[in-house]
Design a protein around this ligand. Structure first.
Ligand SMILES: NC(=O)C1=CN([C@@H]2O[C@H](COP(=O)(O)OP(=O)(O)OC[C@H]3O[C@@H](n4cnc5c(N)ncnc54)[C@H](OP(=O)(O)O)[C@@H]3O)[C@@H](O)[C@H]2O)C=CC1
Ligand SMILES: CC(=O)N[C@@H](CCC(=O)OP(=O)(O)O)C(=O)O
Length: 308
């Protein structure tokens, strides 16, 4: 019998992408609500409690509301930021460790990571665990995302502006008061003592993230070369089907990184960059905000939880 999966918020950016990605997954039967039922608390509660799994692709408040409706054994994956550091929830990043993957496999409540934290945590956590980055690391995180990262409303804003020929900023630096909602999960799951210094930007393109963590060698917990950093990350992700550490960049290379390089995949590419004397390093990540940054990760967690 097919495994019943209710997607609450199936008409949104994340929900639509999950549906598309599930089209080829015949072991699952997708349930979604149409028309007025989409936002009817009664219809949502019925669909939620008659499913094996529910994926919440909703604003935080509606995700909290959905959780209040549960009176069955339904297992939940929440794509919103409502529960990412809640004790009752398991953080849905299986690549953190074998134990984390195991915890997700058996969990009732899984919180899918935020798009920016995914790259930042994948880069920093293995280096903190290896004692190369200290927990006191004053992490600078600078990232650019496509506008789909903010869902339907920003997609509409950019697409309307493009259609009408209105002025479009090529890049917007935002969260200028430095209190972005992703800070708690970035800190908690990177293993840091304090919140990163996070400066996000949104570009005038739809999809894809490029994220940088630039720092001086003096910030390391102990002396380490670019080969050391690269070896720790490569070892950590050696068995991962989705995360791959890219080769070190050769001197004189004219290679460049583009945020949309992995669009429509669940992959993440990680890089260790350095200057010639290795007095300065930058960790970098490239991935799809709607892939491993949202819908791809939700499907990965669903398959892990369902054991398929
Ligand atoms: N876009 C991304 O890259 C990422 C998004 N996320 C998170 O995923 C969640 C969904 O985001 P996203 O898909 O981008 O957002 P969208 O705005 O594109 O979609 C949200 C959907 O939820 C629906 N909705 C709103 N309120 C209710 C309600 N009370 N009951 C039922 N449905 C409701 C909306 O309907 P309507 O439009 O009619 O209001 C819409 O279809 C958010 O919490 C977001 O933070 C996480 C990681 C990355
Ligand atoms: C470009 C853009 O605006 N991005 C969103 C993050 C999208 C995301 O990851 O959503 P969650 O917060 O649910 O994780 C932002 O910065 O708020």
């Amino acid at each position: 019998m097919a495994i019943k999966v209710f997607i609450d918020g199936a008409a949104g950016t994340t929900g639509l992408q999950i549906r598309d990605r599930m089209a080829a997954e015949t072991q699952f039967e997708v349930v979604q609500l149409e028309g007025e039922d989409r936002k009817s608390p009664e219809a949502r509660a019925r669909a939620l409690n008659s499913a094996d799994f529910a994926i919440l692709c909703l604003p935080d408040a509606a995700a909290r509301e959905a959780v209040q409706m549960i009176d069955s054994d339904v297992r939940v994956i929440d794509a919103s930021s409502a529960h990412r550091t809640s004790k009752e929830w398991v953080y849905g990043l299986p690549e953190l460790s074998a134990e984390q993957a195991e915890a997700i496999r058996g969990a009732k409540l899984v919180s899918n990571p935020g798009c920016y934290p995914t790259g930042a945590i994948l880069l920093m956590r293995p280096l903190v665990d290896a004692g190369i980055l200290p927990p006191s690391f004053p992490a600078p995180v600078v990232a650019v995302s496509g506008y789909s990262g903010a869902g339907n409303s920003l997609i509409k804003e950019y697409e309307d502006a493009r259609a009408s020929g209105a002025d479009i900023a090529p890049l917007r630096g935002y969260a200028l008061t430095m209190g972005h909602k992703h800070l708690p999960e970035m800190q908690a799951y990177s293993g840091l003592a304090s919140a990163p210094n996070f400066m996000p930007m949104v570009g005038a393109y739809a999809q894809g993230i490029l994220l940088y963590i630039p720092f001086h060698a003096s910030a390391l917990a102990r002396p380490a070369s670019k080969d050391d950093l690269h070896a720790v990350l490569s070892r950590h992700y050696q068995d991962s089907p989705f995360i791959s550490v890219q080769p070190l960049i050769e001197a004189g290379s004219t290679e460049y990184l583009r945020p949309d390089a992995l669009n429509n995949t669940n992959k993440v590419h990680l890089y260790v960059l350095s200057n010639a004397d290795e007095s300065q390093f930058t960790l970098a990540a490239v991935y799809d905000n709607l892939g491993k940054g949202a819908s791809g990760a939700a499907l990965q967690n669903l398959k892990l939880m369902a054991g398929v």
